[in-house]
Write a protein that binds this ligand. Structure first.
Ligand code: FAD
Length: 370
């Protein structure tokens, strides 16, 4: 058993780390956080320099980890332009891949994934946005909430209801590619978030938006299965975000503690807290890489992915909080306070920790395997 990354992936990780340390300066990070501004120039730079290469999942995973380690808000922002791409990659037609995905791959377009609605996010089967087929088109009406890249994306993959549910609530859902320039489409940027303030978040409103039938991803009525497959992939990348936030919290804590006096450095409480942080990080990394290894070999283990997502995101919150406790005023007024604010969302998006625990327990009781 070899626990080291393959040479090419390790090299990519080092290249990404160098990029982040050079480009994600504290001033740029603070500016985008305070002004809630998407880092367009950094995103372009990251694409141009091959930092973001989502055609290789291992490269994507280590890039997310290293970028979030240096700054979570900027790290998530530059790696999220293709959020939702796997739905088209796995289930979309060649036409959709060519028309939409190719541009995202080339860094020339940005996309988003719209599932959550004003009524809630965890109950995916309960969504209300509707698409009605009229001739060769679908007409969509409804609203989506808390959508990343909402006011800046060129298009969205959107889960909507295409028929009334029969005996199963998750039946009758479908996914469409919806162009943000469509008539009847509007986005309202949401401001004042606790964290990840450099990312763009918006409410989407669809008022008789016409979508050509060719924009249907896969088969009508199978949207719930496609979206669950997507979440079983995307959760591994949230685990990588958590890993980065946790590791970055420890890095910055150790750097601050180096300058403290010997008496403080020798305190048992301080050393135990550091040991707890490091142990959590190592356990998160093992779990994340193991789940990723199965997933990237097309042998997914959703329960393992959910364990990685829940544990790594909870570890990010744990480490970011410990970091503030250990560094006091320096942490609270410096860059560490951003890690604390940015960490919380990781326990919420792509399935809250409670939802992950439901997935794990259902797999263990075999309910989901069939
Ligand atoms: C900054 C940000 C960006 C986001 N980006 C996107 C995006 O790009 N696309 C998108 O579709 N969504 C996005 N979301 C939405 C996010 O995925 C949801 O917030 C999340 O799914 C939880 O949904 P909710 O907030 O409506 O909470 P709810 O679903 O209302 O849950 C509230 C609480 O109840 C618990 N709960 C719910 N159901 C159960 C259950 N069955 N058993 C036990 N506990 C339960 C939850 O764990 C949670 O603690 C984003 C959210 C934020 C804040």
């Amino acid at each position: 058993m070899d626990f080291d990354l393959p040479e090419d992936i390790a090299q990519h990780r080092d290249k990404v780390r160098e990029f982040a340390l050079k480009e994600f300066t504290p001033e740029i990070a603070r500016e985008h956080d305070m002004e809630e501004k998407y880092p367009d120039a950094l995103k372009k730079l990251a694409f141009d320099q091959g930092i973001v290469d989502f055609t290789n999942p291992w490269k994507t995973l280590v890039a997310i980890e290293e970028l979030c380690r240096v700054d979570p808000g900027l790290g998530i922002s530059v790696t999220v332009p293709y959020f939702g791409a796997e739905t088209i990659m796995l289930f979309g037609s060649d036409l959709l891949k060519e028309k939409y995905l190719a541009k995202v791959n080339a860094g020339k377009a940005m996309m988003g994934l719209a599932v959550t609605e004003p009524g809630g996010g965890s109950d995916v089967a309960g969504i209300k946005t509707e698409a009605k087929k009229v001739d060769e088109k679908y007409i969509i009406n409804g609203a989506k909430m808390f959508i990343t890249n909402g006011s800046i994306a060129d298009f969205f993959v959107m889960l909507v209801r295409t028929s009334r549910p029969d005996n199963k609530r998750h039946h009758g859902l479908s996914i469409f590619v919806v162009d943000s320039k469509s008539k009847g489409f509007s986005a309202n940027k949401l401001k004042g978030k606790l964290g990840v303030r450099a990312t763009d978040t918006a409410e989407l409103v669809l008022n008789n938006v016409e979508v050509p039938a060719e924009n249907l991803i896969g088969e009508e009525g199978k949207g719930f299965y496609y979206i669950m497959t997507f979440f079983n992939i995307s959760r591994i990348f949230v685990a990588a975000q958590g890993l980065g936030v946790a590791q970055g919290s420890l890095d910055r804590t150790l750097a601050i503690l180096k300058n403290r006096n010997e008496a403080y450095q020798g305190l048992e409480e301080v050393n135990f807290a550091i040991a707890d942080m490091a142990t959590r990080i190592e356990a998160s990394r093992m779990l994340t890489y193991k789940a990723a290894s199965y997933l990237f070999q097309f042998k997914p283990k959703p329960e393992l992915t959910s364990m990685a997502k829940a544990f790594a995101s909870e570890s990010a919150v744990f480490c970011a909080e410990k970091a503030l406790e250990l560094t006091g005023l320096e942490g609270l007024t410096g860059d560490l306070e951003r890690y604390f604010r940015d960490a919380k969302i990781l326990e919420i998006w792509e399935g809250t920790s409670e939802v992950e625990k439901l997935v794990i327990s259902r797999f263990l009781t075999k309910e989901e395997k069939s």
